[in-house]
Design a protein around this ligand. Structure first.
Ligand SMILES: Cc1cc2nc3c(=O)[nH]c(=O)nc-3n(C[C@H](O)[C@H](O)[C@H](O)COP(=O)(O)OP(=O)(O)OC[C@H]3O[C@@H](n4cnc5c(N)ncnc54)[C@H](O)[C@@H]3O)c2cc1C
Length: 446
């Protein structure tokens, strides 16, 4: 908590800006979806901003940044607050800067698809704006309806589109940023693709985005498909075959039968009788997918065009929405994120042997450094921290690469290593370490 006098000076300096100073709105805007993690929940529940500032223009961001620097007040940026690891939770209180009102498209080139948009633009709004012009976003989390562009770049990692375009941090997915620094005289920097990379997935700890430049792709009416296979080996083999074929597939998700059964039903889709693959595929790909599915002993059960997006979408059964849907049935479930070693079946069998029936397997197919891989988001009923640690140890020992979904810092939820470029950008753009303090472990204040 800030001393009352300091808080009053800050508020006086915000004349003309929209503030939230107390009440349930202050609490809501200090939190995100960290309840997904039974480890983070007790650590973050009590965190509260001293004040939230809602901005609509870059000039206002500069004003707040100058004030925070002068008064040495922590500043944590927020988009829609859909992060599930406390990415936008102010660990040390201070100011939360809500950038969801900074939501204009700055420019769009209809020839090459280059989009410059403000960070508060909601991803679905952007796609709805692009679609009549024949373009679409490359990548989106399953929180497509509510998440902001800035929050996805700073806090997200991958999602629908990652089978074609890889992780958000793959070079080429972010082409530039306009950024406000936290200095005595905050600057409005224009960063190119190479410079912007150090701020990509840094939890807003080394610069405040006021505009984001991304490539878009030609729009197509992806078909939502549900395939059913007799068992896991057949489903995983088909997933590998489909993602290696000359087919345009934007998303490919595997749900084991127990999990598929718990998902809310898509219209007129019968309950799962086997393991399922959920796909977003180009209309041209559907006949080949159906033929290969039949050959694998399965069937194409259900198909619907994704556009216009209405009702429950297939993507809202995938990625971390699978977790959300299962938690709606039983809130004791949580998940872990692990890149599976090949052969994946042997890995799954090894883990299942140690804890029979505990893990419900959910996998997503995505491209990592150009190669299609399965990433696992296995779900399990929380059995305490010791068993969770034992699971991580076993998965790592079996060759899994864990991206800990229950960690607070950029590094600990990534590969566990410090990215020197991210830290250097923080020293330059935020020398006092006021931006989202506590989230970039590699930063040591001088
Ligand atoms: C059910 C569910 C499903 C999800 N699925 C996915 C998924 O498929 N893929 C995925 O990657 N994530 C997923 N997430 C996590 C999250 O929804 C996404 O990463 C989303 O893109 C975050 O956007 P947001 O606007 O809500 O950001 P917020 O949660 O508000 O913020 C995220 C981070 O970005 C920073 N930030 C926000 N705006 C700015 C800015 N203007 N400048 C600098 N930093 C900023 C914040 O400080 C914070 O560190 C999921 C979460 C849930 C609860």
């Amino acid at each position: 908590m800030l001393p009352e006098a300091l808080r009053a000076v800050f508020i006086a300096g915000c004349a003309g800006l929209e503030l939230v100073e107390h009440g349930p709105a202050l609490e809501r805007l200090s939190h995100d979806q960290f309840a997904f993690s039974p480890l983070l929940q007790p650590q973050l529940q009590q965190c509260l901003a001293d004040v939230v500032v809602r901005v609509q223009r870059s000039q206002e961001v500069l004003q707040v940044a100058a004030l925070c620097y002068r008064l040495q007040i922590p500043l944590t940026v927020r988009g829609a607050g859909t992060g599930n690891q406390g990415q936008c939770v102010p660990l040390h209180g201070g100011v939360v800067l809500d950038t969801s009102g900074l939501n204009q498209v700055r420019s769009f080139d209809p020839v090459n698809g280059l989009l410059i948009a403000e960070p508060g633009c909601r991803l679905l709004d952007l796609d709805e704006w692009l679609q009549p012009q024949g373009w679409a976003l490359r990548l989106a989390p399953s929180t497509w309806r509510s998440a902001t562009l800035g929050g996805f770049i700073a806090g997200g990692s991958s999602g629908v589109g990652s089978l074609r375009w890889g992780l958000l941090r793959e070079p080429g997915n972010l082409l530039g940023l306009e950024v406000v620094t936290l200095e005595a005289e905050p600057q409005l920097l224009q960063l190119d693709a190479a410079q912007a990379q150090a701020l990509n997935h840094a939890y807003g700890s080394n610069g405040i985005f006021t505009a984001v430049t991304i490539p878009t792709v030609p729009w197509q009416n992806w078909q939502e498909l549900v395939l059913e296979l007799p068992d896991r080996p057949a489903a995983l083999a088909l997933g590998v075959q489909l993602s290696a074929a000359a087919l345009e597939i934007d998303a490919l998700c595997y749900l084991e039968q127990r999990l598929a059964k718990q998902m809310p039903p898509l219209p007129k889709l019968a309950a799962a009788q086997g393991d399922r693959l959920l796909l977003l595929a180009s209309p041209n790909a559907v006949p080949v997918i159906e033929q290969l599915t039949t050959k694998a002993g399965g069937s194409l059960l259900w198909q619907r065009p994704q556009w216009p997006p209405k009702g429950l979408l297939l993507r809202e059964l995938c990625w971390n929405h699978t977790t959300l849907q299962l938690r709606a049935v039983d809130p004791l479930f949580t998940y872990q994120l692990v890149l599976l070693p090949e052969p994946e079946l042997a890995f799954i069998e090894l883990i299942d042997k140690q804890w029979p029936g505990w893990l419900y397997w959910h996998l997503e197919r995505l491209r990592v450094s150009g190669k299609a891989r399965w990433v696992g988001l296995p779900l399990f009923r929380w059995q305490g921290e010791d068993q969770f640690k034992a699971l991580n140890t076993a998965m790592a020992a079996a060759g899994g690469l864990i991206f800990n979904a229950h960690a607070l810092t950029v590094e600990d939820s990534g590969l566990g290593i410090v990215d020197g470029d991210q830290v250097a950008a923080k020293h330059t753009n935020d020398p006092k370490g006021l931006l989202n303090p506590g989230k970039l472990r590699g930063f040591n204040k001088k």
